[in-house]
Design a protein around this ligand. Structure first.
Ligand code: ADE
Length: 418
């Protein structure tokens, strides 16, 4: 057995759950069947740093079917599903380095262990693998041909690396494919963040004031789902365009100082740090629930909350109670880490189907074209985006119309007017 996991005996339960998710991932399955026939990734070593979930296992199985040798570590210390990690090692033969709840040192050691396999391609979710590779493992860099990045936060970091001239190989921003962020960020984060909050607390959302901090594609999803369950949703923003969109979607937009006084459940989804901080804790209502659905655990100033509190205790599996000097209690979910992956199972498989179909097809594209690419951040090729959408519609049994020759000509011409 290769890798470092919690318990190999969990493998049978992991296999059942991976297969269940596979039932919701028809696009990825079709790609896997083609990969098994064509073997486009023969001999390619892939180092992946992704949330170790049932959906990721199906992506890894797809790459392996294509001929790749994959090593996997976690992209968040709290998101690993230990039974899936066991299934990957025992049943699917994939070296996996991930234990749910691992500390920071172990988390980075696992990244190093994946880099020790000297990958030709990196798959990252948040860019911790890529930044570690560039900072500490330049010995591995010469063999790396390309990579992919799954999430908004990672793409932001990689663009900063490219701008400063630090990025040494081409990376495809999978996040920016329409078939990724239009669906995964909105419907995936929307549903799974609410799912995480409910599994952690079992609070009734109907009639409750929910504050969504950040109205990007993830924030839009959370706000829409919370409203759908009867919550009064307030939005906070720093970007005028996003704020305007929230207003016209019918959400009151207020400054954080006001939201802090009014909110009962807070969800941060901004990609930035210290969104909820001391001045906000100081005015919150007794019993307020604080959750983060952004990639890193920096959006809620947990250290500040701890410093302000006179007492803390764990009151449910994913809920820590902080008592403030005046007796008010605030409830932090999942240590301020991604609530949807720590307290629930992450995005549902049906939406990860599209995200990971993009990943698999981008890996294939990189293997074909890496020699021609410069070290910068590339968009997902449009043909891949369209192919994923078409396959998903087909799998859902949805048919669409074709342009007539006259319509095509009309769209391509400029002569016809009033
Ligand atoms: N990111 C969000 N949800 C996920 C999931 N279910 N699997 C892998 N990565 C994810």
């Amino acid at each position: 057995m290769r890798g470092e996991i919690k318990d190999a005996a969990l493998a049978p339960s992991g296999v059942l759950r991976v297969e269940w998710a596979d039932g919701q991932m028809p696009v990825l399955r079709r790609i896997r069947e083609r990969f098994a026939r064509e073997r486009p990734l023969e001999g390619v070593r892939v180092g992946a740093c992704l949330h170790v979930t049932t959906e990721t296992a199906n992506l890894v199985r797809t790459l392996v079917a294509g001929g790749a040798q994959v090593a996997l570590c976690a992209s968040n210390p709290l998101s690993t599903q230990d039974d899936v990690a066991a299934a990957l090692v025992v049943e699917y033969g994939v070296p996996t380095f991930a234990v749910r709840g691992e500390d920071r040192t172990t988390y980075y050691r696992h990244i190093q262990q994946v880099l020790d396999t000297r990958p030709h391609l990196t798959l990252d979710d948040g860019a911790d693998l890529v930044t570690t590779l560039h900072r500490e493992r330049t010995d591995v860099l010469p063999g790396v041909r390309g990579g992919t990045e799954e999430t908004t936060t990672g793409v932001v970091r990689l663009r900063a690396m490219a701008r400063s001239g630090a990025l040494r190989y081409p990376i495809v921003a999978v996040n920016d494919a329409k078939t990724k962020h239009w669906f995964d960020n909105r419907y995936g984060t929307g549903q799974s963040a609410v799912d995480g909050i409910l599994r952690a607390t079992n609070v009734l959302l109907a009639g409750r004031t929910v504050v969504v901090c950040g109205y990007g594609s993830c924030g839009r999803g959370v706000a829409a789902r919370a409203r759908g369950m009867g919550a009064h949703v307030l939005v906070t923003e720093v970007d005028p365009l996003a704020a305007l969109e929230a207003v016209m979607d019918g959400f009151p937009v207020v400054p954080m100082a006001e939201a802090a006084r009014r909110g009962e459940v807070f969800v941060t989804v901004t990609g930035n740090r210290d969104v909820i901080r001391r001045e906000h804790f100081e005015v919150m209502r007794d019993g307020a629930v604080l959750a983060n659905a952004g990639h890193f655990d920096v959006e809620i100033d947990v250290a500040g909350l701890r410093a302000l509190s006179t007492r803390t205790r764990r009151v449910r599996e994913h809920v820590e109670e902080f008592t403030l000097p005046d007796g008010r209690r605030l409830y932090l979910l999942a240590e301020g880490r991604l609530v949807n992956l720590a307290a629930a199972e992450g995005h549902p498989a049906a939406v990860m189907d599209m995200s990971f179909a993009n990943q698999a097809l981008c890996v294939e594209w990189l293997v074909r074209s890496a020699g021609e690419l410069a070290p910068r951040v590339y968009p997902v090729p449009e043909e891949i985006d369209r192919q994923v959408a078409a396959l998903k519609l087909e799998a859902m049994g949805v048919r669409i119309d074709q342009l007539t020759p006259e319509q095509r000509r009309y769209l391509e011409s400029w002569e016809e007017g009033t």
